[in-house]
Design a protein around this ligand. Structure first.
Ligand SMILES: Cc1ncc(COP(=O)(O)O)c(C=O)c1O
Length: 429
């Protein structure tokens, strides 16, 4: 491996790396360059051959099964439905009659094609996607779509409108500025991203190629309950639905493009789902990389290159599970109930806990809150973890607590959190 040294190199060394320290390493030292925007402490990289010291002991498997699963309140990657994980576990080694596991299948094999088709069909049923839309299973996360959108929908001089209701909307807007004339027509930054604007007050540009929203701001916990009507000439509304995808019914026909990373509600990280209206496909700017061109992926049914096969399989299992639960209307009812009991606990705490988000737009998925005694937030997180409720720390940019209660978080998890909050308040009043 020949990797160059730079001031920002990540130099891995056995003594500085917990993973590698468990292994015998035959070393030649190389360095890996990292993006210059971050400063990393250089760590030596001993790269040539890493030999596992011991084979993975059989008892590790038994231990993992004996250990209780926690309630995982992470914002994503996030908790997955237990029955989906168990089904995947049962098929890991051997998928049906194929003689192999899904991870080992050619993406062009009949077996994998059937997995992908079923995933797509189930998603179409779940969201009642009307004819005239393509579903793409891509890679690169929603972050890649921040660039792909303007590249596919605009010429460099075209304007596009962005409503910025939180950090993700802001990131999408800033990325779009590189590829078109994007404007933030409303920003909630000065009010710490706790609101969604009244749609009538929006100053939309009639020449804008599209109006972009982030349907649910994962960090700030602000969620659209209905959607603005784009008044631009193309009548195009585009939404990042990463953190509320398939959490409730959506009228897809209101949107030109919906995109979402899978890792919150519908699968593991590595899969990005794009639902795009067919007339918007085939208009990409000339220099658009093939991997960002919707036409390439639509024409090749997401198989232009190797797709994230195992992730798509997992998404397919989640879609099937959501259908078996009765579809998105039923899923929404469960999500409303979970959110209600958590927000009620916050609002009923006499100010001990506070959610800054305006009530009418509070997210069903990500519930941020603070403690009146902010110095106790660390203790809250520590004590909750001891009770098997993990990943409750708010995003590093806003602090506080954040409970992400996606589809797969059982009601019991939220009930346990609420009971813990009451107990914590009583003990630390
Ligand atoms: C709403 C939203 N948009 C975009 C992203 C970025 O997604 P990714 O990390 O998959 O690129 C996230 C990630 O958490 C998100 O929550």
């Amino acid at each position: 491996m020949s990797i160059s040294t730079s001031p920002h190199s990540h130099l891995l060394h056995p003594n500085h790396n917990h993973f590698l320290s468990n292994h015998r390493i035959h070393t030649t030292t190389t360095t890996i360059s990292l993006p210059s925007s971050r400063t990393f402490r250089p760590i030596k990289c001993a790269s040539t051959s890493v030999q596992l010291q011991d084979p993975l002991p059989v008892q590790v498997q038994a231990q993992a099964q004996a250990q209780e699963r926690v309630f995982n309140f992470a914002a994503g990657p996030a908790t997955l439905p237990e029955n989906v994980i168990r089904r995947a576990q049962s098929e890991l080694y051997l998928w049906r009659e194929s003689g192999m596991g899904v991870m080992e299948m050619s993406h062009r094999s009949k077996d994998f094609m059937s997995i992908m088709e079923a995933a797509e069909e189930n998603l179409c049923s779940l969201l009642e996607i009307p004819p005239g839309y393509s579903v793409l299973f891509l890679q690169g996360g929603a972050s890649t779509q921040f660039a792909a959108l303007p590249l596919n929908l605009c010429a460099p001089d075209d304007p596009a409108d962005y409503i910025v209701t939180g950090s993700w909307g802001d990131t999408a807007f800033k990325e779009a500025q590189k590829y078109c004339r994007a404007s933030a027509i409303w920003s909630g930054k000065s009010e710490k991203y706790t609101k969604i604007p009244s749609f009538g007050s929006l100053d939309q540009n009639p020449a804008a190629k599209y109006l972009h929203i982030c349907a649910n701001e994962t960090i700030h916990g602000v969620e659209y309950k209905n959607y603005p009507i784009p008044t631009n000439r193309s009548g195009l509304l585009v939404a990042d639905m990463s953190s509320n995808f398939c959490s409730k019914p959506v009228d897809v026909s209101q949107f030109g493009v919906i995109y979402a990373g899978a890792q919150k509600n519908v699968g593991p990280s590595g899969v990005t789902i794009v639902i795009v209206r067919d007339d918007l496909v085939g208009r990409a700017q000339g220099f658009t990389p093939v991997m960002l061109d919707y036409k390439i992926h639509a024409e090749n049914m997401s198989l232009y290159n190797t797709p994230p096969c195992y992730g798509i399989y997992m998404c397919g299992l989640v879609f099937q599970d959501l259908l078996e639960q009765g579809g998105l209307a039923e899923v929404e009812k469960k999500n409303v109930k979970k959110a209600e009991i958590l927000y009620d606990a916050i609002d009923g705490s006499k100010g001990y806990y506070k959610c800054p988000v305006e009530k009418s737009v509070r997210s069903l998925m990500n519930v941020p809150f603070t403690l009146e005694k902010s110095e106790l937030e660390g203790e809250f997180i520590k004590e909750a973890a001891k009770e098997n409720m993990v990943q409750l720390k708010g995003h590093r940019s806003v602090g506080g607590i954040r409970a992400s209660i996606y589809n797969a978080m059982p009601l019991a998890g939220v009930q346990k959190l609420v009971a813990f909050m009451k107990d914590f308040q009583a003990r630390h009043a």
